[in-house]
Structures are given as C-alpha cells and as structure tokens.
Design a protein around this ligand. Structure first.
Ligand code: SF4
Length: 198
C-alpha cells in the first residue's frame, strides 16, 4: 500500500492468475481489494486512488475503484458477521452450513462438525461416537445414534487407562475399513489416524 500526499494506491501481488477463463478479472479479487479500500477509508488513511493486482508473471491489472461497491460490501460483511454470531450464540448452524459429500471428507472442521456427510467412495473415513464398550485393549466400540462402530488397532496407542474412555465422545479421523469386504461399521486405525475427544 502506498500512501502519497493523502492518496492511497493498493497493490496486491498474487501467486496465481487473476483472470478467469474469459479473461475477466476474478470477482473474488475485485471484492478483496474493495474491502482493503474500505479498511483504509475506515482508518481515514486517505483517498483511494488506485487498486491494482500483479499476477505471478508480473503483469499489472487495474481494478476500477467503486466507492459504492466498497460500502455495499462492508454492509454485507457486517450483516454476515451478525448472522454468524447469532448462530454461534444459539448453536444453530442449519441455515449456514453447506454439507457436501465431496468436500466434507477433507474439511478441516470435520472432527467437530455435526453436519458432516461422507462419500462412500472415500478410503479414509471420519467416525464419531460415544465409547460404549471396550472389547479388548485393541478395540473400541462406539455408539452414534442407532449405529454401532467397531474400531480396531487401538493397541498402537500408549493408553494407560483404556476403560477410562467408556462414555466419552471420540472422533477418529482417517480410519479405513478393516477389509474390502467389511461392512460400513468396522474400521481400523492407520498411521494417518487422528483421535479427538470431544
Ligand atoms: S464437515 Fe461440516 S463444516 Fe466441513 S464442509 Fe462439511 S458441513 Fe461444512
């Protein structure tokens, strides 16, 4: 950002292409730079003189500054933050979430998300439930609603008190079916498995 005699030039260096397949500047970058401009205006840093993008090849692109667009975006962001805060306070996310079986399987929030759906095609699965029974130091039996999951391979973890987890809610990220013939309820941990207690 260059501040020059009360004027501001915002230049954003991008690590990729800034235009879409039709050669138009990507909308997300137009939005992003207008939000930067709104921050500068909010902080009374000066007048917005120019918004520019420089792509990975060093090519410069001008974005036409639209003050009304900037204001509208700020209003939109403010409304979304209020909506999000209300959802967090009420713990009601149904109107905001967008579960998608292709996306949920890789989402970094999946271990805490109650709305996750997973594709049957995925090799690595995320399994969540309350520990109902521990049949051996190698297997936990989890209950999630009407479904009972069997997770084997627990013996690789140095757990002092296996039975201390009975009744606890656990999430296993990146477990796999015990065999290609196994049903949808029998899994084993792998070297990529992460276990969370919720
Ligand atoms: S796991 Fe939850 S937060 Fe992540 S994409 Fe799916 S619904 Fe959204």
């Amino acid at each position: 950002m260059i501040i020059d005699s009360g004027n501001i030039d915002i230049i954003d260096y991008k690590s990729g292409r800034v235009v879409d397949e039709d050669g138009n500047l990507k909308l997300e970058y137009i939005v992003q730079l207008h939000l930067y401009a709104a921050m500068c205006v909010h902080l009374s840093l000066g007048n917005i003189r120019s918004l520019k993008l420089i792509d990975i090849e060093g090519q410069l692109f001008d974005i036409v500054y639209d003050e009304e667009l900037s204001k509208a975006l700020v209003k939109d962001v403010a409304e979304r933050i209020v909506k999000l805060n209300n959802a967090i306070n009420a713990r009601q996310f149904e109107d905001l979430i967008k579960p998608d079986k292709d996306r949920c399987g890789y989402c970094s929030c999946r271990h805490i998300c109650n709305y996750m759906i997973q594709s049957d095609e995925l090799i690595y699965r995320t399994i969540c439930g309350y520990v109902k029974r521990i049949s051996s130091s190698n297997m936990y039996i989890l209950q999630n609603g009407d479904i009972t999951y069997y997770i084997s391979g627990i013996g690789v973890y140095p757990i002092d008190d296996y039975y201390g987890y009975i009744g606890k809610k656990l999430v296993f990220i990146n477990v796999i079916r015990t065999s290609s013939l196994a049903n949808n309820y029998t899994y084993k941990v792998t070297e990529n498995t992460l276990v969370y207690e919720l």
